[in-house]
Design a protein around this ligand. Structure first.
Ligand SMILES: [Zn+2]
Length: 265
């Protein structure tokens, strides 16, 4: 296994850095086995407010004093002004709050900090206000205690000024997920990727499993395979295996990627 210093040197020397953050960054291990989480999540799914799941997870992580926000800040300092891009399929809001370089983050699965129209009107995609975040937190706590019904949460964020449908959070947990919420950043990402060809590219795939492998996992394998100067680290607690054709161009690490990042930073 490579030492911390060796990996840090590799990051330092890389011309370009591609970073993928996956489901391990939801850090559900902090509360996933708790009965109240499972019960509340089930109520959200059955009550047609599953779009609140990322906001509920944000709330629980905060309650557990999850150190991930601070860890990501340290990591963003470590990679500083390097030429990097971060793609996250985790919906953890602290990823969007990390001081990455301007325009170098895309979250194709959304998160719990933006809203959209349930009907998909483009005009409605915007960030939550502080007041709305507070109202949402209050509702989630009441729902967990059984003092509020899912029904009462459906129009919690108001209605769309264009069509009058309820406003909901902009993330993949809803069947009505409006992808317009991230398309602009995605365009920046694909342009950046085109510029990686034949450049020294270090790929860090952290905690990406098979929940939506077509966004990070499979494309990262392909990018690494076709770029002569690319090298891939795949860090994952269970799904760390590399495909045969990447044996010489990658290094699998069987560790939870959040713990690994803690070791690195
Ligand atoms: Zn609308």
């Amino acid at each position: 296994m490579k030492s911390k210093t060796e990996i840090r040197e590799q990051i330092e020397n890389a011309e370009m850095l591609l970073i993928g953050l996956g489901e391990e960054f939801d850090n559900v291990r902090l509360f996933g086995k708790e009965e109240r989480y499972q019960r509340t999540r089930k109520r959200m799914e059955e009550g047609d407010i599953e779009w609140m799941i990322p906001a509920y997870q944000d709330l629980l992580r905060r309650e557990k004093n999850d150190p991930l926000g601070e860890l990501l800040q340290n990591f963003s300092r470590l990679i500083g002004e390097k030429n990097y891009f971060v793609v996250s399929t985790s919906t953890n809001s602290v990823i969007s709050l990390t001081p990455w370089r301007e325009g170098r983050l895309v979250m194709p699965c959304g998160n719990g900090r933006r809203k959209q129209c349930a009907h998909g009107c483009a005009e409605a995609v915007s960030d939550l206000t502080g007041e709305e975040e507070k109202r949402l937190r209050g509702f989630l706590l009441s729902l967990e205690k059984g003092e509020a019904t899912p029904q009462e949460g459906r129009a919690l964020l108001g209605t769309c000024p264009v069509c009058g449908e309820p406003l909901i959070l902009n993330n993949i947990y809803t069947g009505a997920y409006d992808e317009k919420g991230y398309l602009e950043q995605w365009g920046g990402y694909t342009r950046w990727l085109q510029g990686t060809l034949n450049r020294g590219l270090l790929v860090l795939e952290l905690g990406v499993g098979l929940q939506c492998p077509t966004v990070i996992r499979f494309p990262f394998e392909k990018i690494t395979f076709y770029n002569q100067k690319a090298f891939l680290y795949r860090v994952n607690e269970t799904l760390y295996q590399l495909t045969e054709n990447l044996r010489e161009k990658g290094c699998p690490i069987s560790e939870n990627s959040v713990d690994w990042l803690q070791f690195l930073c």
